[in-house]
Design a binder for this molecule. Structure first.
Ligand SMILES: *Cc1c(COP(=O)(O)O)cnc(C)c1O
Length: 406
């Protein structure tokens, strides 16, 4: 083990291996302590939407840090007000929308769970009050804090921490399962429009639309977790805008700050009236520094029409990987792409890529995830396809002939 690995295992919680000691980055590349250059197509897990050390990011952090960094929510700041108005506009909430700013995705989802609880206490004619059931999808990932974890059915994440928050029910990926799960105890359904951590898994056709109808019919909230899919990642500001569905609330984080920790809950319609003074808050949430960075990042994406680039580059990448060894297909939208493999060798492909200077991720045994910066161009697409093709070829050559697809 090298020095830094010794330090890491002595001083950091033991929660999984660290792949390299990264020291600096520029654009879509990062460098490790030995000077090895990597093409970063994971982007800090779908976070670094402008790549590394982008001048817009650097400038926003520096200027706001030198002006006013933190004040608490006893006060407002111009940056926070600008961000709230911007998120309402981008989400299309209209006048009635409201915004609560957080420091992470899981915290945005905690806020949404409390929103669901408040909603469940409302008296509704002919319905039970004290409705506490929350519906979640099989394969969902909503975060690691106790509430969000309770909405995350994956056993390795949740089981060591039982008892979880009660009354959470898991729905399978079918409209029949969705219809069977709704009853008058349901306060909310949480859905990722595309499940990132599950391997970039899309919902069945019509699923989101049916969830909207059922939530409305049962007076439950439709809460979309767009922590990974939001902030332009899928080529629209929000993935729900691809489906023509309007939620009651949506959560954001990851790309919204391009690397600065920040999240948000955005509400629509009457869901905006549920919280009242005393029911929720945060010390750091929405501080001027985080807000100013998000304004600069989102403003830059808008000014440069980077969402068009997200769609174009996403299509190029998906077309480019077709026909590479082991690749059976692609999933996702924009620059959130899952690449499915014919064999359960995603971990080996990730390692082979790493050793060739390419950072990708293997969320499941047979799927690779990429989530590069919105700023990638021809050169990054070509470099990715070259390195990824080499990695796939190397792994394919290790499979025995009977395992090699025809
Ligand atoms: C990453 C993620 C979260 C958790 O966000 P953190 O910032 O890591 O707390 C929640 N939901 C989804 C869909 C995510 O991708």
């Amino acid at each position: 083990m090298s020095d830094w690995q010794n330090d890491a295992s002595r001083d950091l919680m033991s929660l999984g291996g660290r792949l390299a000691l990264l020291t600096h980055g520029e654009g879509s590349h990062v460098w490790d302590d030995a000077g090895t250059r990597y093409l970063d197509f994971l982007g800090g897990i779908a976070v670094n939407c402008l790549g590394h050390a982008h001048p817009v990011f650097v400038d926003a952090v520096s200027r706001q840090a030198a002006t006013l960094a933190h004040i608490s929510n006893y006060f407002a700041s111009p940056a926070q007000l600008e961000l709230a108005a911007r998120l309402k506009r981008l989400a299309g909430t209209g006048e009635q929308g409201r915004v609560f700013l957080t420091n992470s995705g899981t915290e945005a989802n905690e806020t949404a769970i409390k929103l669901a609880r408040l909603h469940g206490t409302l008296p509704v004619q002919g319905r039970e009050t004290g409705r506490t059931t929350i519906l979640v999808l099989d394969g969902a990932f909503h975060g690691r804090t106790m509430g969000a974890l309770s909405l995350t059915p994956k056993p390795i994440y949740r089981d060591p921490f039982q008892p979880a928050v009660p009354d959470v029910r898991t729905v399978q990926h079918s409209i029949e399962s969705l219809e069977a799960a709704f009853d008058d105890t349901v306060a909310a359904i949480f859905i990722e429009p595309i499940q990132g951590e599950a391997g970039v898994v899309e919902l069945p056709d019509g699923f989101l639309q049916r969830a909207r109808e059922l939530a409305t019919a049962h007076d439950a909230l439709l809460i979309l977790d767009e922590v990974q899919t939001g902030s332009g990642r899928t080529g629209e500001w929000f993935a729900f805008q691809r489906f023509g569905v309007v939620p009651d609330a949506v959560t954001l984080a990851k790309s919204i700050g391009a690397g600065f920790p920040l999240g948000a809950l955005v509400t629509f319609g009457t869901a905006s009236d549920l919280f009242y003074p005393g029911t929720h808050n945060s010390t750091f949430g929405g501080n001027p520094l985080a807000s100013a960075v998000a304004n600069a990042v989102l403003g830059h994406i808008e000014d440069e029409d980077l969402l068009a680039n997200v769609n174009v580059r996403g299509a190029e990448l998906r077309a480019g990987v077709e026909g590479l060894p082991l690749v059976t297909g692609t999933r996702g939208a924009g620059l959130l792409i899952g690449i499915t493999l014919s064999h359960p060798v995603a971990a080996a492909v990730r390692e082979a890529a790493h050793s060739r200077g390419l950072i990708i991720n293997a969320p499941t045994e047979d799927a690779i995830r990429i989530a590069p910066a919105y700023t990638i161009g021809d050169a990054e697409v070509a470099e990715f396809l070259d390195l990824f093709g080499q990695a796939l070829g190397a792994v394919a050559s290790t499979l025995t002939p009977t395992e090699t697809p025809a």
